[in-house]
Design a protein around this ligand. Structure first.
Ligand code: PAF
Length: 285
């Protein structure tokens, strides 16, 4: 597997692959890789001739007081996982390589102006999706992939990236991949490493409330207020949990809905101790 630290190295390799007529898949990550990321690489390997993963903790998507400095990093372990799953190149730039202006920021952002990034995670993380769109747009320009692969766990991010790609005519196919869960149901996340054993147990309240909601919907309940109230009651019964949001929104616009019809996203963010975790499901999937 090629390890590229500079944009120029990536571009040179991509040019070679293009000369050979090969297709390229991109798996953008912030590192500290787990089975969820591995599933994205596996999918990319089946769909593209060459797979590039990026491994970059993007400063512009962290707000003041968030976990940018504490965000877990282990590049060696990441490389081992990527290589084992058939990744061809990892792009691991320094902050100044991605943000040449310096200071891990830029004057030029990609920002969706509709309500979409202001809902759900956008309420407590107002600059988050602007940073995500900007770095993903940069990665698209650097790697110029045919397809890019994102996890459904970050459902709002996935919807926003699809919207950005359409609005800015990137011409890249965006593929959403299913949430990967631990055996007991917890959605796999790099942030799960922050949890102590007691919190790890408490964190199950998220996947349990997803299951509760799915069961209610399968039983014919379509009123979002009724389902969301049951989910909230379940989570509030866990003393270590504090709800950020539990919402039902249109799967494309991210605007709240009252009826749980197919395609509606039921999503939550919950603090377990100091760790903010997310989970979701889409009705009808
Ligand atoms: O989902 C993530 O890990 C990040 O938001 C992404 C897409 C790699 C952009 O930094």
């Amino acid at each position: 597997m090629i390890i590229a630290n500079t944009i120029e190295e990536v571009r040179a390799q991509v040019r070679e692959w293009r000369k050979e007529g090969l297709t390229i898949g991109l798996v953008p990550t912030m590192g500290y890789l787990h089975e969820g990321h591995a599933s994205l690489v596996d999918k990319a390997v089946t769909e593209c001739d060459r797979v590039v993963a990026s491994d970059f903790v993007n400063p512009t998507q962290f707000g003041p007081g968030e976990d940018l400095e504490a965000y877990p990093r282990d590049f060696e372990r990441d490389c081992a996982l990527l290589e084992a799953h058939g990744c061809d190149m990892v792009f691991h730039p320094e902050v100044d390589e991605m943000y040449p202006q310096g200071g891990g920021t830029t004057d030029t952002f990609i920002e969706i102006l509709s309500e979409m990034p202001k809902q759900l995670c956008g309420v407590t993380r107002p600059i988050h999706f602007r940073g995500v769109c900007t770095v993903v747009g940069k990665l698209f320009n650097i790697v110029t992939p045919d397809k890019a692969f994102f996890g459904q766990k970050d459902a709002q991010q996935l919807a926003i990236i699809k919207h950005m790609v359409r609005d800015l005519n990137f011409g890249i196919e965006i593929i959403g991949c299913p949430i990967v869960r631990e055996e007991d149901g917890l959605a796999i996340s790099s942030r799960n490493t922050y949890l102590n054993p007691e919190e790890r147990k408490a964190a199950l309240t998220l996947s349990q409330s997803v299951k509760l909601a799915k069961d209610m919907v399968a039983g014919g309940e379509r009123d979002s207020k009724t389902v969301l109230e049951a989910m909230r009651a379940h989570i509030e019964a866990e003393p270590l949990a504090r709800i950020d949001y539990v919402s039902a929104v249109d799967g494309i616009t991210m605007l709240p809905v009252s009826e749980l019809s197919d395609g509606v996203l039921v999503a939550m963010a919950v603090y377990i101790g100091k760790t903010r975790l997310i989970d979701n499901f889409t009705v009808g999937e």
